[in-house]
Write a new protein. Structure first.
Lengths: 249, 250
């Protein structure tokens, strides 16, 4: 069991069963237990069903799974190409959703302005943030990400699960596009956190676990040994995400 | 003494890893790693890879241990190069990387490598990927090492990454249960939950080795997997160095 020195919010976790594999933890109780063991007080969660089979069905499943537990911050998955804007915006408002996640490649559309603009305009007005997965199964082309993100500087876009295999994309694009935010969950390169802070500052870095695919504790252990000042550690583990989601500390 | 059993040098810049010896040493220092076993799998001319490796190790002999590389793509070079690398360059183990090769680890072309390791009582670190879709699963499938491990009992077969994911890890465990000279090494960017505990339960604390994949990945993260694992302190010490010291005859 690991005891972090600061409050920890996890920006990148999933909750629910998957169609193609049995993950180590797929219930709310499993997730809460893992969070407790790692010292994580709250986590942003989405439902994997909505990634593959149906966005709004998965989002409703997510709310059922969470059952009002305030430690779990629901994140809706949206298909910008085919979801009904009125339905999504209504349910987002009703459920108090503060962030959305998109899977453009999985949902077979390009992340381009002529599809994303109406959604991102609305998100800017509502103060919502957007998550996009990178990693091995990265969901967006670099050129599309650059062009669309730069058109919407008021929408924070979190690059979730970036891996060393994404390095040659994320390193320059983080410098070029100021509204991109970086989830650290899969970023393993040596001295990577220190280098990121020198590269873009501490304010755009978030702790994420990528639970249940990844064990949350080792990366927290690592973050505590990166030579960070207490305020930097707190920013990465807590304050930056609070600011992004307009949460009370 | 903490020994990293899985390290490379050099590494291309486009994956973000560090590229200089001083950067590697700093990362090792930050993690408390005393020695790293480094290999060079990036030259098809194995002699070039091993010369490069030897030069690197010579500059920091107290921190790095050279591991030789050979490739079955040029089978005629294998035996001569292994003997040279051990006898002249002082290499203490062997690294193989099956995904580079178009046939499986069961192909007879690999046999001279294992026979040499048996004769010299060396350890072979192999990349393994149980069912990682990124890599041909036939290359580095842990079960395929069993026949060689049975035939060459004085060679130690170390399953790099322990198969990376759950299916691969289980395959490593199954293989290790059949052969006392099959070991598991932990480094992986997958970092699955309870993976260290599974290995210790499955193969025993004497056959799990700490590795980091530095300079690709930060050793503090892989170290954290061991430190935060629900295993005994004795097991952690074995994983972090004692087991490697035994295999390397230190």
């Amino acid at each position: 069991m690991f005891n972090p020195d600061t409050m920890v919010l996890d920006c990148n976790a999933a909750l629910g069963r998957r169609y193609n594999e049995r993950v180590a933890a797929d219930t709310r109780e499993d997730l809460l237990r893992a969070m407790s063991e790692a010292g994580i007080s709250r986590a942003v969660v989405y439902n994997p069903y909505s990634e593959v089979w149906g966005t709004m069905e998965g989002n409703e499943l997510l709310l059922e799974e969470i059952a009002g537990n305030t430690c779990l911050l629901p994140q809706f998955v949206v298909d910008f190409a085919t979801d009904d804007f009125e339905e999504v915006s209504r349910r987002v408002r009703q459920a108090g959703i503060r962030s959305l996640r998109v899977f453009p490649k999985t949902h077979r559309y390009p992340f381009v302005h002529w599809i994303a603009d109406p959604w991102l305009d609305w998100m800017a007005r509502e103060g919502l943030a957007l998550w996009i997965r990178m990693g091995y199964k990265f969901e967006v082309e670099a050129r599309d990400l650059y062009e669309t993100a730069t058109r919407h500087p008021d929408v924070p876009i979190v690059l979730a699960g970036s891996h060393y295999s994404n390095y040659s994309i994320v390193w320059p694009i983080l410098k070029a596009v100021k509204n991109l935010v970086f989830d650290l969950s899969r970023f393993d390169i040596p001295n990577g956190v220190e280098r990121l802070i020198r590269h873009i500052g501490v304010g755009r870095l978030l702790y994420g676990s990528d639970y249940p695919q990844v064990d949350p504790e080792p990366y927290l252990y690592f973050l505590h040994r990166c030579g960070l000042r207490p305020d930097e550690l707190r920013a990465i583990c807590h304050d930056n995400l609070c600011r992004l989601l307009h949460l009370e500390g | 003494m903490i020994i990293d059993f899985h390290a490379h040098y050099p590494l291309g810049k486009n994956l973000g890893g560090v590229t200089r010896a001083d950067e590697m040493l700093r990362a090792m220092d930050m993690a408390g790693v005393d020695k790293a076993c480094v290999n060079n799998i990036f030259h098809s001319r194995a002699s070039k890879a091993n010369d490069c490796m030897a030069e690197f190790v010579r500059a920091h002999p107290d921190r790095f241990i050279g591991i030789l590389y050979v490739t079955p793509i040029y089978p005629e070079e294998i035996e001569v190069e292994m003997a040279r690398a051990v006898d002249e360059l002082g290499m203490r183990g062997i690294k193989i990387y099956p995904p580079y090769y178009s046939r499986t680890i069961e192909d007879p072309v690999w046999e001279p490598v294992f026979a040499f390791a048996h004769a010299r009582k060396l350890s072979i670190l192999s990349h393994t990927d149980g069912d990682n879709p990124m890599v041909n699963p036939n290359n580095g499938e842990p079960q395929m090492f069993v026949r060689w491990a049975e035939k060459y009992p004085d060679a130690n077969f170390v399953m790099g990454h322990s198969g990376n994911v759950a299916a691969g890890r289980q395959s490593c465990i199954n293989a290790a249960k059949r052969c006392p000279n099959i070991y598991t090494e932990i480094c992986s960017s997958w970092r699955e939950i309870n993976s260290i505990e599974e290995l210790v339960t499955g193969v025993g604390e004497d056959r799990v080795l700490f590795g980091s994949d530095i300079p690709l990945m930060d050793p503090r993260i892989q170290m954290g997997r061991v430190i935060t694992a629900d295993i005994s302190e004795t097991a952690k010490k074995k994983i972090l160095g004692e087991n490697a010291a035994r295999l390397l005859h230190l």
